[in-house]
Ligand binder design. Structure first.
Ligand code: FAD
Length: 402
């Protein structure tokens, strides 16, 4: 239901393009404020491809504000400890249980589950995602935006927000550049059933001489593995994942791969939108920033973007000046820049030249003895260090979601 401030003749206050985690969180946050919101997605149904698996403490605080954290926590695995290892040797423990938050852990839960929980919450607010509705083009004037979707559908909205991923149509229509590049390395990802060797209570980044391998527990007795691989076969099968674990994972207690449920190969980008809005066209989530999955940050930053943006849009729809969108950009773009820089350092460290790997590991082991280093890393990865980026004088989000 519309609260107030809606222009006559408008179909909606905000058109959210894309029903990934960012768009779903934004739709939910706006509906929570009583705003009229339409969410469209070009896909017929939500994707169940395995992508993000980590929901960090700060994101859970925001999801709590949206009313979904408790349900999500019930569906995931709480990981309180993350270790960097060279085979069996722990180089650096990173303790999430010391992060100052009501959620002192990283929650391991597949992205499609997070999306399903947010979709249910959105539906409970009376908003169903329109599928398959693909945004084709937009025209904006001083009062609003006319959005044209395929099959001749149009929507008139006060604002259009592109939560439509890295290849964002909204960003392109707004003429906003996405600056950055792509890493040369190829990575593989697999969700596997494995016995022995790898823990169920913690996530591990193996930085072994033969290469990197990230292993983390997932619900339903599965594990997520991600590794760099230039020699991966077309289909990532059990033998290949076993080979990665044997060459890079635990040595004392061998991990045995029983089956591979899902797998993919991917390249990593590091890109940042030059601006976060152009008039009444706004971008959030992967439409605004893309980075390495090192540290599991992408989806998390997008969800927090959504909460910050919802507060700003709500204030503008209440009569605040359009220029308030600059505050959204000023608050959230530097966070994305920092996350890109951090994940870039982690990625480069992980894929460093093989001749430097022994030295790298010795340095990480030494750094672990300086307590502030793992402590700072835990706070940064958890996102709690960015809390103040929502606490502008004009946005209420800094308050309720702390
Ligand atoms: C292999 C891999 C592993 C990852 N691991 C992690 C991790 O551990 N932790 C983490 O936080 N992140 C991780 N990420 C990143 C994470 O998946 C993304 O950051 C996240 O999906 C971004 O969410 P989003 O809603 O912004 O965009 P998306 O999830 O890309 O959603 C965009 C939506 O927009 C829709 N759309 C696109 N164009 C249009 C259009 N023109 N009209 C209508 N709809 C449109 C699409 O169908 C899609 O549903 C990983 C990514 C990959 C690829």
């Amino acid at each position: 239901m519309s609260r107030h401030g809606t222009s006559p003749g408008f179909d909606t206050d905000v058109l959210v393009v894309g029903a990934g985690p960012t768009g779903l969180a934004l739709g939910t946050a706006l509906a929570r404020e009583g705003r009229r919101v339409v969410v469209v997605d070009k896909e017929e149904r939500t994707r169940d491809t395995s992508r993000a698996v980590v929901v960090h403490a700060r994101t859970l605080e925001v999801l709590d504000w949206l009313g979904v954290a408790a349900r999500l926590v019930d569906l995931g695995i709480r990981v309180r400890r993350f270790t960097v290892r060279d085979r069996d040797r722990v180089l650096m423990p990173i303790m999430f249980d010391r992060v100052p938050s009501a959620y002192p852990y990283a929650l391991m839960v597949p992205q499609h589950v997070t999306e399903a929980v947010l979709t249910d919450r959105l539906a409970a607010s009376g908003v169903e995602v329109l599928r398959p509705w693909e945004l084709a083009s937009v025209t904006q004037d001083d009062d609003g935006v006319l959005a044209r979707c395929t099959a001749g559908r149009t929507i008139r909205a006060s604002f259009v927000v592109g939560c439509d991923g890295m290849h964002s149509t909204v960003r392109e229509e707004a003429g906003i550049a996405l600056e950055g590049g792509k890493y040369a390395e190829e990575f593989v990802l697999a969700d596997i059933k494995v016995s022995g060797g790898v823990p169920r209570s913690q996530a591990v980044l193996y930085l072994s001489p033969a290469g990197l391998l990230f292993v983390a527990p997932l619900p339903a007795g599965l594990h997520r593995v991600v590794g760099s691989a230039s020699d991966a076969p077309g289909a990532i099968d059990r033998d290949f994942v076993q080979h990665l674990l044997d060459a890079r994972g635990p040595r004392r207690d061998r991990a045995r791969v029983e089956r591979v449920d899902r797998s993919s190969r991917f390249h990593i980008h590091h890109r940042l939108a030059a601006r976060y809005h152009q008039g009444r066209l706004v971008v959030a989530g992967d439409a605004a920033h893309v980075h390495s999955p090192a540290g599991g940050q992408g989806m998390n930053v997008g969800i927090v973007d959504a909460a910050a943006l919802a507060a700003v849009l709500d204030a503008i729809l209440d009569g605040a000046p359009l220029g308030l969108l600059d505050e959204y950009e000023a608050a959230r773009r530097p966070v994305a820049r920092q996350v890109i820089a951090l994940t870039d350092r982690l990625t480069r460290l992980a894929v460093v030249d093989p001749r430097l790997r022994t030295t790298r590991n010795a340095l990480i082991g030494a750094a672990a003895h300086v307590p502030i280093i793992p402590r700072r890393l835990a706070r940064r990865l958890s996102g709690v260090v960015y809390r103040d980026t929502l606490a502008t004088e004009t946005t209420p989000v800094g308050g309720p979601v702390r």
